[in-house]
Design a protein around this ligand. Structure first.
Ligand code: SF4
Ligand code: SF4
Length: 194
């Protein structure tokens, strides 16, 4: 299941300084096992939920360490929002982290700009392989509703991806560097095997 944020905060302060990650990660977790079992995991088969930096640890250093471990595992990918998602200071590409898709598009890279796909943690007939509290913020905050009208609690109407892009904005350069290093290490390993 996927998820996202809307702070509902009206302010002239740039969004990254409002700390959208802090606000979103403290939202309640919504579960409805019977409804989701009946649905069969439609959201998890369409697009993996976006993670936020706080899903990877408390401090900046531990987050960056854990992101590297996650990407090296092959179960996580880096997706992005082209340019500044809006309201953030500076320029660049808004990289964010989410579970990999089974139908990964860019073999040989942890980058994956898929428009859709099945989350690698989804198990047909069983649901998510991750314990509830270890699921990405985007998954934990999605509110299941009848008729697959499931919604994130964001009042600005913007997507899970948008909110993840804003939450990761202060990390974008570090994430890009880690992606390059993980990809380079992956290439070296492939050459060593051949
Ligand atoms: S009911 Fe909604 S939240 Fe539950 S599995 Fe289906 S799409 Fe996902
Ligand atoms: S992490 Fe779990 S809940 Fe989130 S999209 Fe993947 S299978 Fe679904």
């Amino acid at each position: 299941m996927t998820g996202n944020a809307r702070t509902g905060v009206k302010s002239s302060v740039p969004r990254e300084r409002i700390n959208i990650d802090y606000l979103v990660s403290r939202r309640p977790i919504h579960v409805n096992p019977s409804l989701c079992a009946e649905c069969g995991g439609d959201c998890c088969k369409r697009y993996a939920g976006a993670a936020h930096p706080s899903d990877f640890g408390r401090s900046r250093a531990s987050r960056l360490r854990n992101i590297r471990v996650a990407l090296e595992s092959g179960s996580w990918s880096v997706d992005w929002w082209e340019g500044n998602p809006g309201g953030c200071r500076g320029s660049g590409t808004a990289y964010y982290v989410r579970p990999a898709h089974v139908e990964r598009r860019w073999p040989g890279s942890v980058r994956d700009p898929s428009w859709g796909g099945t989350c690698v943690f989804f198990q047909e007939g069983k649901g998510c392989a991750l314990p509830l509290r270890q699921r990405p913020t985007g998954c934990r905050t999605l509110i299941p509703k009848d008729g697959r009208m499931c919604k994130h609690p964001y009042q600005d109407g913007k997507s899970d991806k948008y909110h993840a892009a804003v939450a990761w904005w202060p990390y974008r350069k570090d994430v890009e560097r880690i992606v390059e290093e993980v990809d380079a290490r992956g290439s070296e390993r492939s050459m060593e095997k051949s």
